[in-house]
Design a protein around this ligand. Structure first.
Ligand code: 5RP
Length: 227
């Protein structure tokens, strides 16, 4: 709760990236929820956009604010997406998936022209990996995938909900939270995970973020990807 002001400040700073008439991707999580709330206020004041949410949760929030929604069938390309993150390093590589929406978030990001990340100061890290890496898996593959990820050096935990049952994603898959410690070569790890049958998606978002709006105290700094 301590960083709610920073989350809101980063969300507010992201509004300038959203323009009249655009298709807007909606991220998931507590920081993205600030953005959706503020976007709802802009829509109420007259901004005309259509949104594609990255989770059931964000869809419900957007619908409750009367933000017009659309789909990939109608609009396979998104102009701008605003989303949160669990970690960001100096190359704007991200760990996402703390909220369990990584699969839809990555699909939304992949269809987006400008991918804007909003974050409080705790999300900036020198090296990715302190936050467990979420890996969305097909249930059938769990024991196989678990062993293979352990062999890569991680301690692996099946994510559970508040009742102790396996957490289910919007696609009804399971999530393994993988504690790697410092991830020195995120690109190599991303390739290894993408190559494993049974893994639907992983939470390493590399080369995707165009802009990161990082709030610290009363300030929001804008980091952009080079090259
Ligand atoms: C959900 C995510 C979120 O963006 C990430 O977990 C950050 O959440 P929060 O803004 O609540 O800290 O990737 O899958």
């Amino acid at each position: 709760m301590a960083h709610e002001h920073e989350k809101e400040a980063a969300a507010r700073a992201s509004l300038k990236f959203v323009k009249e008439g655009q298709i807007v991707g909606l991220g998931t999580g507590s920081t993205a929820a600030f953005f959706i709330q503020l976007l709802g206020e802009e829509v109420r004041k007259g901004l005309r956009i259509q949104a594609i949410p990255s989770s059931d949760r964000s869809r419900e929030q957007a619908a409750s604010l009367r933000i017009p929604l659309t789909t990939f069938e109608e609009h396979p390309e998104i102009d701008v997406t605003v989303d949160g993150t669990d970690e960001v390093d100096e190359h704007l590589r991200l760990i996402k998936g703390g909220g369990g929406a990584l699969l839809h978030e990555k699909i939304v990001a992949s269809a987006t022209k400008q991918y804007v990340i909003i974050a409080d100061s705790t999300k900036r890290v020198p090296v990715l990996g302190k936050f467990p890496l979420a890996v969305e898996i097909i249930k059938f593959a769990q024991p196989v995938v678990e062993r293979k990820i352990q062999a890569l050096g991680a301690k692996v935990e099946l994510r559970c909900d508040a009742n102790g049952n396996p957490f289910l994603t919007d696609e009804h898959n399971h999530i393994l939270d993988c504690h790697f410690g410092e991830i020195r070569n995120p690109e190599a790890l991303a390739r290894s995970l993408s190559d494993m049958p049974g893994i639907v998606e992983h939470g390493l978002f590399i080369g995707m973020a165009d802009v990161v709006l990082l709030a610290k105290g009363g300030q929001v700094i804008e980091l952009t990807r080079r090259g």
